[in-house]
Unconditional design. Structure first.
Length: 157
């Protein structure tokens, strides 16, 4: 029973840590070294349904798949549970970023949730910067408190 609890904690800790990894990667890799892949995501005129930015889906899935694979080969050791946490975060990122915020699939068009409104606002603030410099709000699931406050005030009106 203790093993189940430890594995569950590994998945949760990995999921939570991934927000920090996503923030750092978004700020310093996507808005830095690999801007050429991310730039089209900040374009006002999307060229197609797919963007060069979508290649990050493949790049960022490698650690999760590797953890799952190596962990399965070693009697489902901690690497599997880390890979599962990474994969679950990737799925949550897809749902929030591509489905909810950018409406690449038309679900969740309207939400009265203060949290979801705050996420959408923070992402709009991030996208107001079309270049790679001067960006803000690089995370996905953690939102600065000021956007919660704005969303809560807007909901009261």
């Amino acid at each position: 029973m203790a093993t189940i609890a430890i594995n569950f904690l590994i998945v949760i800790a990995t999921f939570l840590a991934m927000e920090g990894v996503a923030w750092l990667t978004h700020k310093y890799v996507m808005h830095g070294l690999l801007w050429m892949l991310h730039a089209d995501h900040h374009s006002k005129d999307p060229q197609s349904v797919l963007e060069k930015n979508d290649s990050f889906f493949l790049i960022f899935s490698i650690p999760g798949i590797t953890g799952l694979f190596l962990g399965m080969r070693n009697d489902y050791n901690y690497l599997f549970w880390i890979g599962l946490g990474i994969t679950i975060y990737g799925f949550a990122y897809f749902l929030v970023h591509d489905v909810f915020i950018h409406q690449r699939l038309s679900y969740f068009k309207r939400s009265d949730s203060t949290y979801l409104r705050a996420i959408r606002k923070a992402h709009k603030v991030h996208h107001k910067h079309l270049g790679k410099e001067d960006g803000e709000c690089f995370g996905m699931l953690w939102v600065p408190w000021k956007y919660f406050m704005e969303a809560a005030k807007a909901k009261q009106k």
